[in-house]
Structure formats: C-alpha cells, structure tokens
Design a protein around this ligand. Structure first.
Ligand SMILES: [Zn+2]
Ligand SMILES: [Zn+2]
Length: 322
C-alpha cells in the first residue's frame, strides 16, 4: 500500500537543516572527526553482530585498525591503512571512495565544461514521503529522474551530468530520499518551469532546489559526500542496517546524458591530469625520507593503532599553524 500515508516535504526546512549541519561538520577538528569515525564503526560492528553478520562485523573491526602514518612530526602527509573493508557505510572507506570519485570525475568535468561551454548547477530533487522501504524510495526517485531525462524540456536545457543518492529518515520512519544532480546547464531558465516538469514526472512533488556551482571541485565534493556518508549512522538501529544490507548492489552515484558518453571516451591529457587532485597524486608518491609537502622536514613512518590516531591528530592540532 504505497499510498497509504504521505506527507509533503517542506521546501525550506530541508535546505536550512542541510546548511546548519554542514556548518557544524566543518567546525569539527580532524581529531574529533577521527574519533567520530571510530565510534560510528564500533556502532556498526555491534549492530552487525546483533544481526548475526559476524563476518561483516569482523571486517569493519579490522578496517583501518593498524595504520602507517607518514609524518614530519608536525604534519601528516599520508595515512596508509593495513586493511579496508569496503563496506558502504564504513566512514573510513567512504572517505576513500569519495576521494576516488573526485579524482576520477573532476578532470572529466573540467574538460567537458571547456568543450561544451555549459555551466554546472547543483540540483536537489525531492519527493513526497511515503510509507515504503528504502529500496522502494530509491527506485521511485530514480525512476522519476529517468522520466525527466526523457523529456524535451530537460534535454534542451541540460547536457548531462552526475547524480547521487542521499537517504535520510525522520522520526516517523519516513524515508527522505533526495537526488543530488550536478547538471551541465546549456542556458538559463526559470526555476518554475523545472518545478512543473518535476511535478509532471513525479505526479506529486514539485520541491527542488537549484544553485549555480561556482567552483566545480567544491560542487563535486559536495555531491560525492553523500556517497561516502549516505546516512546518519549514529542514529541507525539494527532494522536500518538489515534494510541497508538489502541495498547491496544499488548504485549510489552515476553519470547521465552527453556527459556519460563523454566519460566513456575521455582520456586525460597530461595537462588535465595535473590540474586535478594535485595534492592527492603527490601524496601517493610520498615515502619515508621524502620532504614534507608543507614544511620540507623529512617524513618518517609512524605505526599506530586506530585508537591512537585521534590522539595523534590532537597533537598535530596543538601546534600553531606555521
Ligand atoms: Zn572500511
Ligand atoms: Zn611538515
């Protein structure tokens, strides 16, 4: 009975909460974030044990449990884990996944924009909240987006882009599934027209947000964040995990339209490769004895357990920035 109970999403509280939430997140220090990742993983492992998913719990437990930290003593150049669980809800693996996506897609996006003279926008598509499973909710919004892409209005205004899924759940147990789209806009149009199109394909929702992306690197970072952190796991219960495990093969990120074809053919030139993730690729080549990219002091390899990492970050944070 999918239509048994529904509520209209409120247009503005969503974005307001979003902003407050990300401001709060930005204020946290690295040590606080590292500690939180530890807690999240312990919580996940406990839930997994409760569901009899012992193997999963063990993997989460081992993931990033021993670390090799390349440091000059004042800066951290690189953290290399002994093992990665690759579980979708693992915050450590999520960060790695989102960095991989950024490194892969940023040069393609830059090249695409250059070749096509399109402007990127960040579009958030929402739908009515219904009593349904997470899977149904995700399928519903993806189907609507598929319909939108087949419409003339959309094709005349967008030249493809990327999409990613964000899941949240409210106190009443309603799933709020959003699609975050980086769309390459051909030309400006009135937002009301897009609302009408979205209503036409969903049948009941016109709520969406659109904002221009000034800096494509930041825009991409913002949308892949949801791939790395699809949910607020600390409020997660056993049932949520059980439900999430059913989503195993569901895609959370994808490309569409002409951008999708462009990705298939894209081979980075030396220039374009260098323009992206410079620090990332630089860090990948660092080994013990290399100069610290921040201060030139030699790097050494410090071995530590996962529980020691937050403390180490604290020590680093206690030094005044040079
Ligand atoms: Zn992991
Ligand atoms: Zn240094």
């Amino acid at each position: 009975m999918p239509f048994q109970s529904r509520r209209k999403p409120t247009a503005h509280t969503y974005l307001d909460n979003r902003v407050i939430k990300s401001q709060r997140e930005n204020k946290r220090t690295r040590s606080q974030r590292a500690r939180q990742r530890l807690e999240t993983k312990e919580h996940l492992a406990r839930l997994a044990v409760g569901l009899g998913e012992v193997e999963l719990a063990d993997k989460i437990d081992r993931c990033h449990s021993r670390l090799s930290v390349l440091t000059c003593g004042r800066h951290i150049a690189r953290v290399i884990p002994n093992f990665t669980c690759e579980f979708r809800l693992c915050p450590d693996c999520g960060r790695r996944r989102s960095r991989r996506l950024q490194n892969k897609y940023l040069p393609i996006m830059r090249a695409f924009m250059l070749h096509n003279r399109v402007t990127p926008v960040h579009l958030v598509l929402t739908q009515t909240h219904q009593k349904e499973s997470r899977k149904q909710s995700a399928k519903r919004i993806k189907d609507s987006f598929g319909k939108l892409q087949r419409r003339q209005f959309w094709n005349e205004r967008f030249k493809g882009g990327t999409w990613s899924l964000e899941f949240t759940k409210d106190k009443n147990g309603f799933h709020h599934t959003h699609l975050h789209v980086i769309g390459f806009r051909r030309h400006f149009f009135a937002i009301e027209l897009l609302r009408a199109e979205w209503l036409a394909v969903t049948g009941d929702s016109y709520v969406l947000h659109l904002k221009p992306v000034q800096d494509i690197a930041k825009g991409l970072q913002e949308v892949v964040k949801y791939v790395s952190k699809p949910l607020d796991i600390r409020r997660f219960g056993a049932e949520d995990l059980r439900e999430f495990l059913k989503l195993k093969n569901m895609r959370m990120f994808g490309t569409f339209g002409e951008f999708r074809d462009f990705c298939k053919d894209f081979e980075p030139s030396d220039d374009e490769g260098a323009a992206v993730g410079e620090l990332e690729s630089l860090a990948r080549d660092l080994v013990e004895g290399c100069a610290c990219p921040k201060c030139d002091r030699p790097l050494f390899d410090l071995r530590m357990s996962k529980n020691e990492l937050p403390q180490f970050y604290e020590r680093i944070e206690s030094f005044a920035p040079e």
